[in-house]
Design a protein around this ligand. Structure first.
Ligand code: ATP
Ligand code: MG
Length: 307
């Protein structure tokens, strides 16, 4: 059997003339958390839909724990939170989670511990029609977890969660991951993804435009900004090794570079009085924006990431 819990190979999906997923390869190993990022309409939900078996791949291959996610037997390995999820309004939270347990081939009694794990024991008797948006998200997560899945597919699972619920969510996820569960989730909250994901995959117009560790992704793309009080002429600074741009703002100078250490080694000997030095990274948010900003795009074939 394949060592991957999710294997997506050369998958394409079109809605009429629109190609939503355009030749994607993506793998998730047991105990690995992969964050799928990308702007609205990038194809994230479509890709999750293909992985859950909700959509059939028009081209390419999708395997979950070695099987076809469109078969009921394979779907038992899956826990899913969809971006838009409707519950039967007359059922209580406990009934919903018990039902999900039974459908996944587990005893109804498995619901209790999972409600506690997700922190919604106090909502057990509430009817789903009376849940707030964030509460619904937590119930959806409980329903995804109660079947003891090998692979979690979560489409914007933290949307609408408050700060405390968010923290609980990531703790729950980290525990499941450490227990060997593979996780693929989409999110727009990049710093959160950075703290928990082992790998970030950036989707843009249906294609993977970058794949790296969260730190690697920002480091690879982010130019650092160095600012300091310095009397050195910006024309001189622009000539130093590693300097991309240099601009003066009163007493202060702002320099951008992909190699700040190299710049500093050349800059410091020129200026005994250099002070108030700050070096700032661009961070994951800016890295993502740079990758998916259409204005910086030359054409579709050159969207690659500089190595
Ligand atoms: N059922 C559908 N019929 C036609 N077009 C669709 C359908 N579902 C999605 N699309 C289109 O496919 C593209 C990808 O949509 P998708 O929902 O996968 O994006 P997404 O990355 O999940 O976006 P978001 O961040 O807004 O959730 C979009 O251009 C969308 O308009
Ligand atoms: Mg979506």
């Amino acid at each position: 059997m394949d060592a991957r819990v999710l294997q997506i190979e050369g998958v394409r999906h079109r809605y009429g003339a629109l190609t939503a997923v355009d030749g994607v390869d993506l793998r998730v190993a047991p105990g690995e958390c992969v964050a799928l990022l990308g702007p609205n309409g990038a194809g994230k939900t479509t890709l999750i839909g293909l992985a859950t078996g909700l959509l059939a791949a028009q081209e390419g291959r999708v395997r979950v724990c070695g099987g076809d996610p469109r078969s009921a037997a394979t779907r038992r390995h899956l826990g899913v939170v969809q971006q838009t999820m409707g519950f039967p309004t007359t059922l209580t939270v406990a009934e919903l989670v018990r039902g999900a347990a039974v459908r996944a081939g587990r005893p109804a009694a498995a619901a209790g511990p999972v409600l506690a794990e997700v922190g919604i024991t106090d909502l057990a008797r509430r009817r789903s029609a009376k849940l707030s948006g964030g509460q619904r998200q937590r119930v959806a997560l409980a329903m995804a977890l109660v079947g003891d899945p090998d692979l979690l597919l979560l489409d914007e699972p933290t949307a609408g969660l408050d700060v405390a619920a968010r923290r609980t969510f990531w703790q729950v996820l980290a525990r499941r991951r450490d227990a060997g569960v593979g996780i693929l989730l989409t999110t727009h909250i990049l710093e959160e993804a950075a703290s928990t994901a082992d790998r970030v995959v950036v989707l843009h117009r249906g294609r993977v435009v970058a794949e790296d560790s969260p730190g690697g992704l920002s480091a690879r793309l982010a130019d650092r900004t160095l600012t300091a009080r310095s009397g050195v002429d910006v024309v001189v600074l622009r000539g130093l090794p590693g300097v991309l741009t240099a601009v003066r703002d009163g007493e202060r100078v702002r320099v951008t570079s992909a190699e700040p250490e190299r710049v500093l080694r050349a800059w410091l000997p020129l200026d005994d009085a250099l002070g108030e030095l700050r070096v700032e990274g661009a961070g994951l948010e800016q890295a993502l924006f740079a990758l998916t900003d259409d204005r910086s795009e030359r054409d579709d074939e050159t969207m690659g990431v500089p190595a």
